[in-house]
Design a protein around this ligand. Structure first.
Ligand SMILES: [Zn+2]
Length: 348
């Protein structure tokens, strides 16, 4: 079975689409190329459970207020579940907590979100600059970035108060009149929560289970040798063991869909074929991660996407390196690491 979208139209601003009894789908805008995030609400006796929140912006809060006064009126928000630590998902969790909701998420998501929340920088750090340089960012772009205030997660994430409820792999939790099995994914965000209904066909996918678009798999100076592409592939394989055609996936972006087993196969194949393309290309012409954009993305990368493209290119290079298929073969005059075919004898 291929991907199928039972609903063609997304909910408008401040409105909800009912996906099942007491299960609502809503959207918040994002000021980016990917211009929205999906959020969901599940009702039972103790009130609403909200999944993901959008950014903490004046507009985001105003839309939530419309939703709270409209489709969500009549019951309190008992808890917020953050599928992962990215600001478009956890941005207003603290705002709901301030109003009495509990926060459920993975331990890594909470720690990461809270660390980044407290880690606001007015200037780009030296480590960040060294990371960009090694990835192959050209000197003029590097200088421009150093002259700007960097983007901070804290700009769009409401302060997270102390205290959360940890979701754990394999655990079964109850909300929205259903029991849900927790299954963690990795690669896009560490310890990303997915939830699988034990009572019907619903699966809450966050950004781990998306239709149509591939979530960003990025490496950051936080962990420069991370291998999120392999983490992602491993997650696709593990989640495939749970996935069935009957499942209705509620994704973090785009439209709800059926056809998860095929979608997981496609996502894994896309990254494996990108890795193969990249290994061949680097064997023919060694170069930096940034100079691999054309091979990886097969389109030109604009300024707005440059940062995400860079971290994703480094991720694919790291994966090939850790598979022993490429090695550092030189350095550009600007200090970029040049990658090429690993010609060292195999001593293993
Ligand atoms: Zn997202």
């Amino acid at each position: 079975m291929t991907i199928h979208h039972p609903w063609d139209d997304a909910p408008g601003e401040g409105r909800a689409v009912e996906l099942a009894a007491d299960v609502l789908w809503m959207r918040l805008p994002l000021p980016m190329r990917l211009n929205h995030v999906n959020v969901y609400a599940f009702r039972d006796e103790d009130g609403w459970t909200i999944v993901d929140t959008g950014f903490d912006t004046g507009r985001g809060r105003a839309i939530w207020q419309m939703l709270l006064d409209g489709p969500l009126a009549g019951a309190p928000v008992a808890r917020v579940i953050a599928t992962h630590q990215h600001p478009d998902h956890i941005g207003l969790a603290g705002w709901f907590q301030d109003r009495g909701a509990a926060l459920w998420t993975s331990r890594t998501s909470w720690l990461f979100a809270r660390m980044l929340q407290l880690d606001a920088q007015d200037r780009v750090s030296d480590r960040q600059v060294a990371f960009w340089r090694a990835a192959g960012m050209p000197a003029d772009r590097l200088a421009a970035r150093q002259a700007e205030r960097p983007w901070n997660s804290a700009d769009v994430v409401h302060p997270l108060p102390l205290g959360f409820t940890r979701l754990v792999e394999g655990q079964v939790v109850r909300f929205g009149s259903r029991a849900w099995r927790v299954a963690m994914g990795n690669g896009h965000a560490a310890e990303h929560v997915t939830l699988w209904s034990q009572d019907d066909d619903l699966v809450i996918g966050g950004d781990q289970l998306l239709p149509g678009i591939s979530p960003n798999l990025g490496v950051y100076p936080t962990e420069p040798l991370a291998n999120p592409v392999q983490d992602w592939l491993d997650s696709c394989a593990r989640l495939a063991a749970l996935a069935e055609d009957r499942h209705l996936v509620l994704p973090g972006h785009k439209l709800p869909f059926r056809g998860l087993p095929a979608r997981l196969d496609t996502m894994a194949e896309n990254h494996e074929s990108a890795l193969t393309r990249l290994a061949q290309s680097l064997a023919e012409r060694p170069r930096t991660a940034v100079d691999c954009f054309d091979v990886l993305f097969k389109r030109s990368i604009g300024d707005a996407e440059y940062g995400l493209a860079l971290v994703e290119a480094v991720a694919h290079v790291n994966c090939l390196h850790q598979r022993g298929l490429i090695a550092q073969v030189g350095v550009t005059p600007d200090g970029g690491t040049v990658w090429g075919r690993d010609t060292a004898p195999d001593l293993r």
